[in-house]
Design a binder for this molecule. Structure first.
Ligand code: DC
Length: 238
């Protein structure tokens, strides 16, 4: 484990369902850092918009009403006794409610709204103010923390990612087909890469990780070794 003076910011970005959250959480737990799932924050805003009728049957979002409501949307993370985190929306635990396919289907357009991005970026920077944080998302190394000391960009084939996501959804009892999940993965990739505000990009100084054929243990070992190398490099540079 690192000493407090060594504490850095670790940004883990990449495509959906690349296992970023799992590996970011494992790394944070091993090195004693706080883990923040920024995607959960976009999902929580989406859930709030769905519950308040701001997403139409055609999937369109009432952008103005949502932007006006942002000050009333409080997102935080409660910590379970085992150290894992539960997303809260205005004090209510919404960890399961934000992981449904319905929320997944609406989250990308919500995450493309500049006012939403600005509000969440501000909250994320506050969470990282004291460093010692592992945050995963799409724009953490490019926009939220462009000076993060360690940046990783994850990728894997869309088919591999859809298979992983399908297993997760089936384990939760959701009745979805592989084709539906693959379509959702592809459409989210497209929106994430093509939105005007903070599109999904690999930061020039990020280390790329294609985990299509890696086990979880291999990923964890890769990240831990990168962390130790980063700390050693920072020490060497004074
Ligand atoms: O990682 P995830 O699938 O839970 O993210 C949900 C959505 O939120 C995803 O479609 C992209 C968006 N997102 C984003 O735009 N920026 C982030 N930093 C994190 C997530």
């Amino acid at each position: 484990m690192s000493s407090d003076t060594d504490k850095i910011i670790i940004a883990i970005d990449g495509y959906s369902s690349t296992g970023k959250s799992t590996m970011a959480r494992a790394l944070a737990s091993t090195i004693g850092y706080r883990y923040i799932d920024s995607g959960a924050m976009y999902r929580a805003v989406t859930l709030w918009a769905m519950r308040h009728g701001l997403i139409g049957a055609d999937g369109s979002v009432d952008t103005e009403a949502l932007a006006a409501a942002l000050p009333a949307i409080k997102i935080d993370f409660a910590v379970r006794p085992d150290g894992s985190q539960l997303t809260t929306l205005n004090g209510e635990v919404v960890e399961s409610a934000i992981r449904t396919l319905e929320v997944s289907a609406h989250v990308s357009p919500v995450a493309a709204i500049p006012a939403v991005r600005h509000a969440l970026t501000r909250m994320q920077r506050e969470m990282g103010a004291t460093k010692g944080i592992v945050m995963d998302g799409r724009d953490i190394g490019t926009t939220v923390f462009p000076h993060a000391e360690m940046k990783v960009f994850c990728d894997a084939s869309a088919e591999k990612r859809a298979s992983r996501r399908l297993l997760e959804l089936q384990a939760k009892g959701e009745n979805v087909s592989y084709d539906e999940v693959l379509e959702n993965v592809r459409s989210r990739d497209y929106i994430d890469e093509h939105r005007e505000e903070s599109p999904l990009r690999c930061a020039p100084d990020a280390v790329r990780l294609d985990n299509s054929d890696m086990t979880k243990d291999e990923q964890n070992a890769f990240l831990l070794s990168l962390f130790h190398n980063t700390i050693a490099r920072l020490h060497a540079n004074g």
